[in-house]
Design a protein around this ligand. Structure first.
Ligand code: PDD
Length: 289
């Protein structure tokens, strides 16, 4: 991909340095919008229908109507991927409530701002696959609508930075005595050989990667369940993983300064990684979506 990507803005494909949004855009002024991140492998959008369905849910959660149907989205996004040279990309799209004089209440008859761009999808570093990542647990300070993929990410940013300042790569969040998810990822543990992830609720984002991991576990005959996880269970887990579109499934090998299991990526994670890579191969071959 070139360093200057082609972006999509309100019906037009443009070089990124020629794409502008008015300063009174409510995304800029209020963080009033929603987004999606969709990985692209071999020029193919990963689980597009699921991402578009979640986008619809986020839009209805903020009472903004979707200007495009799924077929139009697919056309726009596939064209954007092609214009940026195919291959592996990370596609970012966002919709805001458009630009209008500043007023907390919604403007009337204002078209939304529709923006999409892509960047190179970086492979997970070998070092991470070999040794895993570090995480710390933090109190989940976010609002109560975490199922909406809102662009207003200040709590997530502050939590992630707190993890980085502590020498870790992710913050694992705890609300009312239950583990919810990471600052930008979903969470899995392996406990007594069983894969567990918290059930969907308004306290976590329903991750597309999370759903695929559960599907892959079932097809591989691995025991998996959606169940609440306490911080105590987390601290005793044999394995901890975090999942997201850009990071796939990463093993957490150090939590709050203590080794997780053996302190190395675990065997169940290794099996899941194989299933995940096989799934990506099928996607690239056009045998999966
Ligand atoms: N974030 N939970 C949160 C809070 C997230 O921000 C993300 C992903 C996930 C994982 O969802 P998915 O598997 O659909 O990517 C869970 C993206 C990647 C981001 O903000 O860049």
């Amino acid at each position: 991909m070139t360093s200057q990507p082609i972006v999509y803005l309100n019906g037009k494909f443009l070089p990124q340095d020629q794409a502008f949004v008015p300063v009174m855009d409510r995304g800029f002024v209020f963080g009033d919008g929603v987004y999606e991140v969709i990985p692209v492998y071999g020029g193919r959008l990963f689980r597009l229908e699921e991402h578009l369905q979640r986008l619809d849910n986020s839009l209805s959660g903020i009472r903004l109507s979707n200007p495009y149907g799924h077929r139009q989205w697919a056309e726009v996004l596939n064209e954007l991927v092609a214009k940026n040279g195919g291959g592996n990309q990370s596609l970012y799209l966002q919709l805001t409530r458009g630009h209008a004089p500043r007023d907390h209440a919604f403007p009337t008859d204002t078209p939304p701002t529709v923006f999409a761009t892509t960047s190179a999808l970086k492979p997970v570093p070998e070092e991470t696959l070999k040794n895993g990542i570090k995480a710390i647990t933090l109190e989940d300070i976010r609002w109560r609508y975490c199922h909406i993929k809102a662009i207003a990410l200040l709590p997530n940013i502050l939590l992630r930075q707190q993890a980085v300042d502590a020498g870790a790569q992710e913050a694992i969040l705890v609300r009312d005595g239950q583990v919810t998810e990471g600052s930008a990822s979903n969470l899995f543990i392996v406990h007594h050989g069983v894969i567990k992830t918290p059930p969907k609720s308004s306290y976590l984002l329903p991750g597309i990667t999370r759903d695929l991991v559960l599907e892959l576990a079932v097809s591989a005959g691995l025991a998996a369940q959606e169940a609440q996880i306490t911080p105590e269970e987390l601290s005793r887990a044999e394995e901890i993983w975090v999942s997201s579109s850009t990071k796939e499934v990463l093993p957490v090998t150090c939590l709050d300064g203590q080794a997780v299991g053996s302190g190395k990526p675990g065997p169940v994670w290794a099996q899941m990684r194989q299933c995940y890579q096989a799934y990506k191969e099928k996607l690239i071959a056009g045998e999966a979506e």
